[in-house]
Design a protein. Structure first.
Length: 373
């Protein structure tokens, strides 16, 4: 059968327009509770969903609104899993029309012909229950990771608000401060190195990895002064958004491949005779998390830049080495917990993807298999 056969999906633009026309806003479409909609040009990225809010929703005209008439053939919970499964996303991409990748669209006529298989309702119910159990575990891990992040911020805030010590300019704690550089295409300079991009800040952890960083070419002088060493801090100079301030930091752990910061970053190398590098890192990490870096940012042409010179010229209080070490130990214990929880959630998401694919294509038969999740 297909997505529109046997009382499946039908277009509902007219149905919604006539039923709740008075609630339409400035040409936007509305989706009643229980109704469906998909983005005509982004459905292959999973932009299809059922309105589970319990009230009418408002969506862009770029969406196609749908009504599922197959209550006796498919459970809504199962249908939601099915229409966003990897196989269906591939079907949407294969049936999309147009020559420009980002503008290829899937009209309802093509959408409605995509073949599907619906198992008996008891099987659908069991599949939905299994995936719901996994989703609950993922949500629990995500919640615990968020709690760990809040705890980390509390540990940092309590320390830096009460810390006593001699004030030092951040720049004076460093033996080396240098701007990044983009370099040339691989092989066109004296030395090739991995060029660090914004992905190093994505995990939100202290140490970073170079996975996905491109190889670029630099002069010998550029490479000598910028090649990252263990415990170097990489400060974000340009980037951010209204929701996310510029000024994120990461610190280099052991065993990194040879890499250099790019031109929207700054490399800070703390002199261990002045302060523990990881203490300074947590100081800067707290500045960013608390929003302090907004005071040193400037927004031009839609891009937020950090006034690095002004930012690192400010004074911070630096306590004894013993107190610094205590803060580092506490912060990194909580940070490690958050890293572990996020890794477990990521791993479980991979398990979910494989499990869902197997259940939907029936390579995993739940009638004869005991599944533990």
């Amino acid at each position: 059968m297909s997505l529109s056969k046997y009382d499946g999906f039908v277009r509902s633009d007219d149905y919604f327009d006539k039923r709740i026309a008075s609630e339409k806003l400035d040409g936007y479409k509305t989706v009643a509770p229980g109704g469906w909609a998909y983005s005509t040009i982004h459905i292959d990225e999973g932009s299809i969903a059922r309105n589970n809010l319990g009230e009418t929703g408002v969506i862009s005209p770029m969406y196609t609104t749908l009504r599922w008439q197959g209550e006796g053939a498919a459970l809504p919970e199962y249908a939601e899993l099915m229409v966003r499964s990897p196989r269906m996303l591939a079907e949407y991409a294969n049936n999309a029309q147009g020559s420009v990748n980002r503008r290829r669209s899937l009209p309802f006529k093509a959408f409605s012909t995509i073949p599907i298989t619906l198992p008996p309702l008891p099987v659908q119910e069991r599949i939905a229950e299994i995936i719901s159990t996994v989703d609950d575990q993922i949500a629990t891990l995500d919640s615990e990771a968020s709690t760990a992040r809040r705890l980390l911020n509390m540990v940092l805030a309590e320390h830096f608000e009460a810390v006593d010590g001699k004030p030092h300019r951040i720049v004076d704690l460093c033996s080396h401060v240098v701007g990044g550089v983009w370099g040339k295409p691989e092989g066109e300079g004296d030395v090739d190195r991995l060029a660090l991009g914004p992905r190093i800040y994505t995990p939100g952890t202290s140490d970073f990895v170079t996975d996905g960083s491109p190889v670029r070419s630099f002069t010998t002088k550029q490479a000598d002064t910028r090649t990252v060493r263990e415990q170097d801090i990489i400060l974000e100079r340009s980037g951010g958004s209204p929701e996310q301030p510029v000024g994120r930091v990461v610190i280099a752990g052991p065993g990194l491949e040879s890499c250099v910061p790019t031109d929207f970053q700054r490399l800070l190398r703390v002199d261990p005779e002045n302060a523990l590098p990881r203490y300074v890192f947590w100081r800067l990490r707290h500045d960013w998390a608390s929003g302090l870096t907004r005071n040193y940012s400037r927004r031009t042409t839609g891009i937020t830049n950090l006034s690095v010179k002004e930012y690192i010229a400010r004074e911070v209080r630096v306590p004894s080495l013993e107190e610094q070490a205590g803060l580092v130990e506490s912060a990194e214990a909580v940070d490690a917990l958050g890293v572990t929880l996020r890794a477990e959630a990521a791993s479980l998401r991979q398990v979910r993807a494989g499990l869902l694919s197997g259940l939907l294509d029936q390579t995993i038969k739940i009638e004869s298999t005991e599944l533990e999740v």
